[in-house]
Design a protein around this ligand. Structure first.
Ligand code: PMP
Length: 415
């Protein structure tokens, strides 16, 4: 991601973009808000807020059920959004796009269904040391249930996967490899395409946690050739409570149902139930209709700006932030991978990240502090947590300057 970015920088009309985000003009502690917690959740543009309002004021109805006009309009909008999202990640079929509550639910769905169908006692699942807890715990629980073993690809001290280990870790028993596309703490961009290819040569399926990649880079699931790709609406300028599981048709068709109830059946009797086709087989009950429709609006918003332009601008911010942080005595950057995107993590000497976060908040600057749901990774670096600044397309160089000034002030006050 990093190397192609600078040439695009003039394409972003930053003030025009910022004006679309009402929240960016509010004050926090009497200071202009500087929002660098985009890895946790992004702010929402007006077109997304308008789409929520429009849905409830114009077409609210349950979908896939009614013959009446509102139900048909809501169904069309929901299915149109599914198609928009399929195109956005270049899925082969719209029915490979399953609406879920978010990345966490998408991973749980695959862990549960893949486990039941394909994992037996003695089999192995591979994850990496940089995974978010959401991409560890579901596999751990499934392994316990199936009598399988969880194995881990280690990271080096730059925060890169040690891929030479992968060859030893992939065995004839490795059923699935689950890895993040971009690390939420380190910002490391993993070479998913290469890793996928190695795994597939071994007959191992690949799940990618795309939570921290989808809003920052172009994603083409056919080019990556992963079997599953998971992401959350709220980290890509859309609403909370909605997310996506992309899964290759061949796997999703073979999976047993995840949840059951209305909407996912073909025929029900007290003796036996048969299930409907994709994608509805995995969308039991009334879904988050508003969320699904509005996620399509968020994708349209990103497409309008252009993913290349978003990547270019964010990379400029990231490189500048890293360069400026390094000028501060005692700063330790956690995660210096060659391919780095979306976030920078750091520590100031022995100062606790929480204390830095509190001082930055007093200055109106929102950053994340703590273990970022990466406790095994924190253990690797032998640290309690980090301060993380994570970027979105609406952030500016001036905001990076404010962050740097704030970090200097925090250092002075806490040293
Ligand atoms: N994976 C990664 C890499 C993440 O950063 C996050 C969110 N912090 C998740 C998974 C979980 O996403 P959600 O809480 O939206 O399900």
């Amino acid at each position: 991601m990093s190397e192609v970015l600078h040439q695009e920088k003039s394409m972003i009309a930053i003030e025009q973009i910022r004006s679309q985000f009402p929240i960016l003009s509010r004050k926090v502690n009497n200071q202009s808000l500087v929002y660098f917690d985009n890895g946790a959740t992004t702010q929402k543009p007006k077109s997304v807020l308008d789409a929520i309002q429009k849905y409830y004021s114009e077409i609210n109805a349950n979908i896939h059920r009614g013959v009446h006009t509102l139900s048909q309009e809501a169904t069309d909008a929901y299915e149109h959004s599914r198609k928009t999202i399929a195109d956005f990640i270049n899925a082969e079929h719209a029915h490979e796009i399953i609406f879920t509550r978010g990345t966490t639910e998408s991973i749980n769905l695959v862990a549960s269904c893949f486990g039941k169908k394909f994992v037996n006692a003695g089999d192995e699942i591979l994850v990496t040391e940089m995974e978010h807890h959401s991409n560890i715990v579901p596999w751990q629980l499934m392994c316990e249930e199936r009598g399988a073993k969880l194995k881990v690809i280690p990271v080096d001290d730059n925060g890169e996967l040690i891929l030479s280990e992968l060859k030893n870790l992939l065995t004839s028993k490795t059923k699935l490899l689950a890895l993040t596309h971009v690390s939420n703490t380190l910002g490391t961009v993993n070479d998913v395409k290469e890793i996928s290819s190695l795994a597939h040569k071994n007959g191992t399926a690949v799940l990618v946690d795309g939570a921290q990649a989808i809003a920052h880079t172009e994603v083409d699931v056919q080019d990556l050739d992963c079997d599953f790709y998971c992401f959350s609406g709220h980290k890509m300028y859309g609403p909370t409570g909605i997310g996506i599981l992309y899964g290759k048709e061949k796997f999703l068709n073979e999976f047993p149902p995840y949840q059951s109830g209305g909407g996912m059946i073909k025929e029900v009797s007290f003796e036996q139930t048969t299930f409907t086709t994709l994608p509805y087989k995995f969308e039991a009950g009334t879904p988050n209709i508003e969320g699904g429709i509005v996620l399509g609006a968020a994708v349209e918003w990103m497409k309008n700006i252009g993913m290349k332009n978003i990547s270019a601008h964010e990379n400029e911010l990231l490189q500048y932030a890293i360069q400026q942080l390094k000028t501060i005595d005692g700063i330790r950057i956690i995660g210096e991978a060659k391919h780095h995107a979306s976030a920078v993590s750091f520590l100031i000497g022995n100062i606790h990240p929480y204390d830095v976060g509190v001082i930055l908040d007093k200055l109106g600057i929102a950053v994340r502090t703590g273990h970022h749901c990466n406790q095994p990774l924190m253990k690797h670096f032998n640290i309690p947590g980090t301060v993380r600044a994570s970027f979105a397309v609406y952030n500016t160089m001036e905001e990076v300057d404010k962050l740097i000034a704030g970090v200097k002030q925090a250092k002075k006050m806490l040293s």
